[in-house]
Design a binder for this molecule. Structure first.
Ligand code: NAG
Length: 219
C-alpha cells in the first residue's frame, strides 16, 4: 500500500513542492514593508521559489511613482548608491500594470541571466526619486528617503539536509525541472500573471499538503 504514493510524490514534488510563491511585493515607497520599524524587507527564500514585484498603479489624480529596480551588492544596498548595478525591472509606464517576476534559480542557461546561490544574500534597491525626471538617479533617492530596499536571503535547503536519502533520489528530477524554464524574469501585464498564479498556487498547496501527509506516513 505504501509504494504507489512514493513514485507519484517523486514526480510532483520537484516541480511543485520545491517551488513556493512568495507573496507579491508592491514596489511603491508607501508599502509598509519598507518601514524602518520592521524587518519585512528581509525575505527568506529557497532555490525554486518565485516572487512577483508589482509596479505601482497610477493614482486617480494621475500621480505615479517612477522607479528602476536594481540588483546590487551589500555595500550599495547599505549606502544607497549604484556602482555595478544590474537592472532588474522598470516601473516607468503608468498606463500598464507591470510586474517583474523573479525565479530563484541556481542555474540559468540564459546568458547574463540572474543566478542565486544557497547561503548568499541578494539585494534590490531603487535610487530613483519617484519622479519621471529623477528615475535615473544613481544614488540616494527612494532608497535613502523611504528605505526602499529588499534583501533576499537564499537558504540552504532544509529538507535536503534533514533527509539526504530523499534529496539524492530527487536530485536528477530537480535539475530537469530547473532547466525546463530558462527565463529568469519577464516584465508583462499583471492580468495574465494573476491567472497563472491562482492555478499553480492551489496546486503547490495541494502537493505540499500531500507531501506532509506522506512524509508522516513514510518516515
Ligand atoms: C506605455 O505603454 C503603452 C502600452 O504598451 C505604450 O503604448 C506607451 O507608448 C508607453 N508609454 C511610454 C511613455 O513608454
Amino acid at each position: 500500500m505504501r509504494l504507489p504514493i512514493l513514485p507519484l510524490l517523486l514526480t510532483l514534488f520537484p516541480i511543485f513542492g520545491w517551488t513556493r510563491k512568495i507573496p507579491d511585493i508592491n514596489w511603491i515607497s508607501s508599502n509598509p514593508i519598507f518601514d524602518v520599524s520592521n524587518t519585512d524587507h528581509v525575505i527568506s527564500v529557497h532555490i525554486g521559489d518565485r516572487v512577483s514585484i508589482k509596479c505601482p498603479k497610477s493614482e486617480p489624480n494621475g500621480k505615479y511613482e517612477y522607479s528602476y529596480i536594481y540588483m546590487v551588492s551589500d555595500e550599495e544596498y547599505d549606502h544607497c548608491f549604484l556602482s555595478k548595478p544590474r537592472l532588474v525591472g522598470a516601473c516607468d509606464n503608468q498606463t500598464v500594470d507591470a510586474s517583474i517576476n523573479i525565479v530563484f534559480r541556481s542555474f540559468t542557461p540564459t546568458p547574463g541571466g540572474f543566478e542565486f546561490q544557497p547561503g548568499k544574500n541578494y539585494f534590490l534597491i531603487s535610487t530613483s526619486d519617484g519622479t519621471q525626471e529623477g528615475i535615473d538617479r544613481k544614488k540616494d533617492g527612494l532608497c535613502t528617503t523611504k528605505q526602499m530596499k529588499i534583501k533576499f536571503e537564499v537558504e540552504q535547503d532544509r529538507r535536503g539536509i534533514q533527509n539526504p536519502k530523499f534529496a539524492a533520489r530527487t536530485l536528477k528530477k530537480d535539475r530537469d525541472a530547473e532547466q525546463s524554464t530558462p527565463v529568469m524574469y519577464v516584465v508583462h501585464d499583471g492580468n495574465d500573471i494573476d491567472d497563472d498564479d491562482d492555478g499553480s498556487n492551489a496546486c503547490s498547496y495541494l502537493v505540499s499538503i500531500l507531501f506532509l501527509l506522506a512524509s508522516r506516513y513514510l518516515l
